[in-house]
Write a protein that binds this ligand. Sequence first.
Ligand code: SF4
Length: 368
Amino acid sequence: MLTSADELASVVALSAEERAGLDASAKLFRIGLTPYYASLMDPQHASCPIRMQAIPRAAEANIRDEELRDPLGEDTHNPAPSVIHKYPDRCLFLVVDRCGIYCRHCNRRRLVGGDEPPTTADLEAGLEYIAKTKRIRDVLMSGGDPLLLSTRRLDYLLGRLRAIPHVETIRIGTRLPVVCPMRIDGELCAALAKHHPLFINTHFNHAVELTPEARAGCERLVDAGVPVGNQTVLLRGINSSVRSLRALMRALLRVRVKPYYLFQGDTVLGTDHLRTPVEDAMRLYEGLRGWMTGMAVPMLVADAPGGGGKVPLVPSYIDSLDETTVVLRTYRGDRIAYPQPRERDCSVPYDEIYFANEPADDDREGSR
Ligand code: SF4
């Protein structure tokens, strides 16, 4: 890992702003990136998307009143060590506190890059909580970056989760396909393929990150039967243009990675300079929707501060609505009337037959 101003200066001509950010960094958030990711930096231009994600700016030290240490309210949804359980049927399982890059926009900066990795006892307590909480259908293994665990350790933890009967799907959140694609080797793919249905959510923010190595890494995962989705963070001055977002989404689809979320920046400490006004975010979204295949269009969401969860930020495509007619606004701005159906009863009689022996979601044992 490159972790100091001197190491970075050996790769790029640091700007005054970057030097100021690096000088202040000890009080901000750990610095670190893989040599591979550093090799993608534009040595001359400080506006390079890789540099702006990896090297702090002086603005990171300007903490605003509205910024939060824990913007998603995770610390109040922490029923067991290493588990964050905020939504009804799914939880986070934080298995490691290290990353392959310390992203300057990270919303979990309070937890990652420190010196207190989850202990074996923490992970056991987390597994115990998941095993006894039967409403959990989906576990998102995160951290830190779970793919930094040895393949053997990861395989073991996935096996423990897979052995819990009510855990239907497992997801892994990782930036290693972006910052260390060589980690996605045959041994790892074979280990992951043992635990289907297993999904990977990765985190590309700019088309420049989709190098031949990164594309090959993603394709190795998909070839192993692992569906890969991408979560992009909308970052002002890094990817906050229609051109940049379209190029990224198209590049992802070409390697069979599905754009999943486009996140409005969270209100985490020291990131005001990276956040995009919501009205601009929605304008950018309108530059995607309809102009490219729906497969390439992620859902634009904001994570509500304090633990409210993800809220879709959807520009209105409805001009007016009544019981007879909806006036739709198309992606080109045309107004077209859509006639409502005359019958309005939406009940599904066959539900009573098909789900006759299945308890309602909230009736699962342990759901309260
Ligand atoms: S890889 Fe993820 S958890 Fe790690 S610093 Fe980046 S955004 Fe945060």
